[in-house]
Write a protein that binds this ligand. Structure first.
Ligand code: SAM
Length: 240
């Protein structure tokens, strides 16, 4: 059986639709205001330059998409994609003034783009929600050009003592904050989806398995978040 999130996609989508109004604020609280730093690092790893293009998969309210758009400038192009219509509504409402940035409702496992359309593909805190991680990485790889970058930022289970202490706090506090915000189920799901997500070695193996080259990973903030990167080789054939 493929590695992937066991929760039914329709339930995951309904849950993200429901929490879209509180999502950004909750994220800042849960991450201890660390998330802008993590996102900046992910954007840097795309190696995008002015005039280039990128897709931000599972973009949510479009934070990473906006930073990518700033990296490529007004001559570049960035598309944020998410399967939650309400997340996309918010992204469009809040970020309509950003030049070169657009948003589309779509499925990460069947990206509505031709092969080799973009210079880079990112996914931030989205991969652990997908029912098939390999297919998610394969789709991101398919839509970037040879030499293009695939970048994945995701919550991980830390190995260090400090990281584990932070993780225990996270496991306790996230459902509490969720209940206070009236979204207890959703934030219990967040903890569960994190527990089910494979370790960094396994994710790197999955990325190599879909044909990415130069796969590397970097733990951030004691390993509570991990950044994976890979490069599409010149001769790439879709897996399977
Ligand atoms: C935790 S949020 C992350 C949002 C954003 N990338 C960020 O960094 O804040 C996960 C997002 O993944 C989206 N998502 C989950 N499964 C998806 C799928 N199969 N296709 C597209 N989006 C998906 C959800 O709708 C949600 O907006």
């Amino acid at each position: 059986m493929a590695d992937g999130n066991a929760a039914p996609p329709a339930e995951v989508r309904a849950m993200f639709d429901r929490i879209s109004p509180v999502y950004d604020l909750m994220n800042q609280l849960i991450s201890g205001f660390q998330e802008p730093r993590w996102r900046r690092r992910a954007v840097r790893e795309t190696r995008l330059r002015p005039g280039m293009s990128a897709v931000d998969v599972a973009c949510g309210t479009g934070k990473v998409s906006t930073s990518l758009a700033k990296a490529v400038g007004p001559r570049g192009r960035v598309v944020g994609l998410d399967f939650s219509p309400r997340m996309i509504d918010r992204a469009r409402r809040e970020r309509s003034a950003v030049p070169g940035l657009s948003f589309v409702v779509g499925d990460a496992l069947a990206l509505p783009f031709d092969d080799a359309t973009f210079d880079a593909a990112t996914i931030a805190f989205g991969m652990r929600n997908l029912p098939d991680y390999a297919r998610g990485f394969a789709e991101m790889t398919r839509v970037v050009r040879p030499g293009g970058r695939v970048v994945c930022l995701e919550i991980s289970r830390p190995r260090s003592t400090l990281g584990r202490a932070i993780q225990r706090w996270f496991d306790w506090v996230v459902p509490v904050i969720g209940r206070v915000a009236g979204q207890g189920d959703a934030y219990a799901y967040l903890v569960a989806s994190t527990r089910g997500y494979p370790g960094p070695d396994r994710i790197a193996t999955i990325m190599r398995g879909v044909g990415l080259d130069d796969v590397r990973w970097t733990p951030l903030s004691g390993g509570i978040v991990t950044l994976h990167t890979g490069t599409k080789p010149a001769a790439w054939t879709p897996p399977g």
